[in-house]
Design a protein around this ligand. Structure first.
Ligand code: IVH
Length: 672
């Protein structure tokens, strides 16, 4: 039993040393049982003692992380994640989005290919003239780590393709460890996924070779779509080239098919020798995949249908209120730590006060907690039979912990008040919101400042070092190097990563501001519209701001406009904005310089038969052109769809001498 923090730190150092020996140097100076005991002791201590924020917990260490030693290489096309679906409604929405985008009848059900979602780690393989020349990890999606040698040790990965011996081919797939093999591995990892990830990233590929890693190939990139016309056929093609393809893939024709297949696989799940955590549905037709394209983080043409989550039983010790970046008050149950599917869970969300009421959840209750992938664990049910006399109701506070009275938004559509209470802070008056805004500012999809994670933000906040986002640029690294848990090297690294991210794109900067309803997609739309920080600033500081004009942008509606107005009507927000841009070098939105519509502007009126407005707009933009919302002298083409074009717009365009294209002329122009 570990007695104090000092002993914890010493023992953790020893554990890390053992990990290093094992993963990096291929030597083991400790027997498995003693290693397990050491790790268990450390985990136990972490469960019951408060660990300083700066310390990386053993429960957070995945083996030995050697990421810095691999060189980073840009993926030819970003490795995206997948959007998640949890029930039938989500699936129907998926079909709806596709039909809308492709302008298909709402009842249409495009053929999907369903494949098990393997719970491993993804890798991207590059073949030139049939030879494996490079293997990358996913990395941050844009840049992967060069783990070619490690991947080459995997038998399922062909080093030479069986038939194709010309050109370039990218094959993407999942590396995994069979469950049966995982059992025999020494107990250094909580689950097969962590084991696969840790083993793949060992410095010496000889060590990877000893681990029973396997590989299922499941995809490629748009560039290779010329090889086959459909996902199902492409997988056959890969099989003939020597890859292992998951045998449970299936064509899906409609919801009935889809749900049947889901049930079958969910039942089969436990019999399989590899972990799967859902089913991936992909539009089978490559042409349609290409037309649908991608959102920022996920393709429009695929979705992951998750299996129901893993569950655990625990007891609620307390309920605390967490305040999010947008002011939402979320009740969080502090529970006795419980291991759910290899992850120790000690916090679980209770969503909002209505949910607590509906499920009658009380402090002291024994509850069922569920965890699904990367979704926050949640309390799903109370075991009433175990309720004891000491359990007590939680009184949901009407005030934010910062002291402000909370509000509930009124939803004009449902004519109801939101279930979520919010702190009405508009700027940086609520400390809790401010902290979350800073965490958002530095996060991966925003400024992406490595080494300035959530814990460090909390720590710097407590030490009064960072109270507003711009304070990050005033940090004294000499002082930081002397803080507990820091040193010269780590302070120097932080300085470097802050400096490195000072050069940032306009869209990332807008997203970093953390304006409610302005996510990554909307930030991109705004960046495209404003093009430079100078114009953006002009609009914000103009006497009469022109946010209303943004209504013409696809994706921006009243909600977003009101949120922008709200945000920039606050002086602190404006001040923070100004301070940040003083410290940063914000690059203009990159206007494409290639494409057949460079410097050309389009406007659309009326519905078209073969495509939606969104797709038409995407096509113009992909070719470097711009879509305008109203006719003006700047307009080059007015495209009139056959269905109900606006006569007024056509007349205006005629008066201005603008070229008018009929629907069929438009298809001709884009070779559709
Ligand atoms: S297709 C554009 N197919 O799931 C994304 N992914 O959450 C295309 N995964 O990073 C991914 N099995 O590591 C695809 N049959 C499958 C998969 C699969 C597992 C993983 C993959 C990806 C993650 C997305």
């Amino acid at each position: 039993m570990i007695k104090n923090l000092k002993e914890y730190k010493n023992k953790k150092k020893i554990l890390i040393e053992h990990n290093k020996n094992y993963y990096d140097k291929n030597i083991s100076k400790i027997d498995d049982a003693s290693y397990d005991k050491l790790k268990r002791e450390l985990l136990e201590f972490e469960n019951y003692q408060k660990i300083p924020i700066i310390e990386k917990k053993v429960s957070e260490i995945i083996g030995f992380e050697p990421s810095k030693k691999f060189s980073k290489i840009k993926h030819p096309e970003t490795m995206l994640s997948l959007d998640n679906a949890f029930d039938r409604d989500d699936i129907v929405d998926f079909y709806k989005r596709i039909n809308n985008y492709l302008n298909l009848n709402s009842n249409h059900r495009e053929k999907l290919f369903a494949e098990p979602k393997i719970d491993g780690v993804s890798a991207s393989l590059k073949y030139i003239d049939g030879k494996l020349v490079q293997g990358l990890s996913r990395g941050d999606g844009e840049f992967g780590e060069d783990i070619t040698e490690n991947l080459k040790t995997i038998e399922d990965i062909p080093k030479k393709l069986k038939k194709l011996n010309t050109g370039e081919l990218i094959v993407r797939g999942e590396v995994y460890i069979p469950k049966s093999k995982f059992k025999n591995l020494s107990n250094k990892f909580a689950n097969p996924r962590n084991a696969a990830s840790g083993s793949l990233r060992q410095k010496d590929a000889k060590n990877t070779e000893k681990i029973p890693l396997r590989f299922f190939a499941y995809g490629t990139i748009f560039m290779n779509h010329n090889l086959e016309s459909r996902q199902s056929k492409f997988l056959e093609f890969l099989k003939h080239q020597g890859f292992k393809i998951n045998p449970l893939g299936k064509i899906i024709n409609d919801e009935k098919d889809l749900l049947e297949n889901y049930k079958i696989l969910e039942n089969k799940r436990s019999e399989l020798d590899y972990d799967i955590d859902g089913i991936v549905y992909k539009i089978d037709d490559f042409k349609l995949q290409q037309r649908l394209g991608n959102l920022t983080n996920s393709p429009r043409w695929a979705i992951a249908h998750k299996f129901s989550a893993e569950k655990g039983i625990s007891k609620i010790k307390n309920i605390e209120i967490q305040v999010g970046r947008t002011g939402a008050l979320t009740p969080v149950a502090k529970i006795n730590p419980v291991n759910i599917g290899g992850v120790t869970v000690s916090n679980a969300t209770l969503h909002n006060e209505d949910e607590i009421e509906r499920k009658d959840i009380r402090i002291g209750d024994t509850v069922v907690v569920q965890r699904a992938g990367d979704v926050i664990p949640q309390v799903v049910q109370v075991d009433i039979s175990k309720r004891d006399q000491n359990s007590r109701k939680f009184i949901f506070p009407k005030k934010c912990p910062c002291g402000f009275d909370t509000i509930k938004d009124y939803n004009k559509v449902t004519k109801k008040f939101d279930a979520v209470r919010r702190c009405p802070d508009k700027g940086y008056e609520c400390n809790l919101i401010t902290k979350e805004k800073i965490k958002h500012y530095v996060s991966k999809d925003a400024m992406n400042i490595e080494g300035l994670g959530k814990k460090v933000v909390e720590n710097f906040w407590d030490l009064n070092l960072v109270k507003l986002p711009q304070d990050i640029y005033k940090l004294n690294f000499e002082k930081i190097s002397q803080l507990e848990g820091w040193g010269k090297l780590s302070a120097e690294n932080l300085k470097k990563s802050i400096n490195k991210t000072k050069k940032i794109s306009l869209e990332k900067f807008i997203y970093s501001l953390g304006i409610r309803h302005i996510g990554q997609e909307n930030a991109k739309i705004l960046a495209k519209y404003f093009q430079s920080i100078k114009t953006f600033k002009k609009v914000i500081f103009a006497k009469k701001n022109i946010f209303k004009e943004l209504l013409e942008l696809d994706g921006i509606g009243e909600t977003q406009i009101n949120s922008l107005k709200n945000f920039f009507s606050n002086n602190t927000n404006k001040k923070v904005f100004e301070e940040l841009i003083k410290n940063l070098s914000i690059s203009d939105f990159i206007i494409q310089s290639k494409g057949k519509f460079i410097n050309k502007t389009f406007m659309f009126t009326g519905g078209m038969e073969k495509m939606s407005r969104s797709e038409a707009k995407q096509i113009v933009e992909n070719e470097g052109g711009k879509v305008l919302g109203s006719p003006s002298k700047k307009l080059d083409y007015l495209v009139t769809g056959d269905s109900k074009p606006t006569v007024k717009k056509i007349n205006q365009a005629k008066d201005l001498g603008i070229k008018i294209l009929k629907e069929k002329d438009w298809y001709k122009l884009i070779n559709f």
